[in-house]
Design a protein around this ligand. Structure first.
Ligand code: 13P
Length: 296
């Protein structure tokens, strides 16, 4: 069922687990996420990277929404990291259930103005907004400790920002990076605890590919209820494609598409288990929960 992102996050936050939000680019990605959610009886989020939105436009949003509607699992559809008001407008008009208004590249005041406006638009459409304070970037090798810390979320600024913009969830920067961690990941849990203490909205952690199990569970204990995953799923896809293309047994395009779905799905299943959302679909508002309630 197409769920609201608000419902997914708030139920996860209340029950201390996290929702996996997986970046998808095409039908194979969508099938992998929904297949994994169904196999694990788990909620999940289909998440569109802005470049995927530029590539697929409204038809890609419609594909995600329709796939969510057709599933018995609680699934929502989210626009990730959008810096463009036009893209946000397009996705909201197409019926997306949440967006990330990413003004983190802007000076603080401008970030606030941009995010406030996008939040007004989203709320008019019944969607919710994730924002980022601090700046999550790619692999941070070569930066000094002070430079890394300067990019992290300032807990007091987070409070002020949420109040001024009315956003619904907050992506924190506590040492997490997008892409591969080139050295041992190090998350600033003291900072996360301070943020959790001051901020009541659901917290989001980007860059979940490559984080070890204990960091995932500690993050959940400290209030993270959404993890973004892209790199590991994309790597599984590309690896399977490469192997398929080199294999003489590959005869049919559908076989290759099926193999990519399978490989992405097994990564996603692992993540759903790690995030603690496996077996939690019944806690969410969905036809599945209603069906189970009727049975008992
Ligand atoms: P990874 O690519 O590191 O999994 O991060 C994904 C992400 O945070 C998307 O917003």
């Amino acid at each position: 069922m197409l769920s609201s992102t608000r419902e997914l996050l708030e139920t996860a936050q209340r029950n201390i687990y996290a929702i996996g939000a997986f970046n998808v680019y095409n039908l194979e990605g969508v099938k992998a996420v929904i297949g994994a959610a169904e196999a694990e009886q788990s909620p999940a989020m289909l998440q569109l990277h802005p470049s995927a939105l530029v590539y697929g436009g409204v038809p890609l949003v419609a594909l995600c929404l329709e796939a969510a509607r057709s599933s018995i699992m609680p699934i929502s559809v989210h626009l990730d990291h959008s810096t463009s008001a036009d893209d946000i407008r397009m996705a909201l008009d197409a019926g997306i259930t949440s967006i990330m208004a990413d003004g983190s590249h802007l000076p603080y005041e401008q970030n606030m103005t941009f995010t406030r406006k996008m939040t007004e638009w989203a709320h008019e459409k019944g969607a919710i907004v994730e924002a980022e304070i601090g700046r999550i970037s790619g692999t941070e090798d070569g930066l000094s400790i002070a430079e890394k810390e300067a990019k992290m979320t300032d807990p007091d600024q987070a409070v002020e920002f949420i109040k001024a913009t009315n956003v619904d969830s907050l992506a924190v920067t506590i040492g997490n990076v997008h892409g591969e961690y080139k050295s041992e990941p190090r998350l600033d849990f003291v900072r996360l605890e301070k943020i959790r203490h001051l901020v009541k909205v659901p917290l989001v952690l980007h860059g979940a590919s490559g984080l070890p199990e204990f960091m995932i569970s500690r993050s959940i204990e400290l209030g993270v209820c959404k993890f973004n995953v892209n790199t590991e799923v994309r790597q599984a896809y590309l690896q399977t494609l490469k192997e398929g293309l080199c294999s003489s047994s590959l005869k049919d395009l559908l076989d290759s598409m099926g193999a990519t779905i399978e490989s992405m799905q097994s990564v996603i299943v692992e993540k759903l288990q790690l995030f603690g959302s496996s077996g939690k679909a019944h806690l969410h508002q969905s036809p599945y929960a209603e069906m189970l309630a009727k049975r008992t």
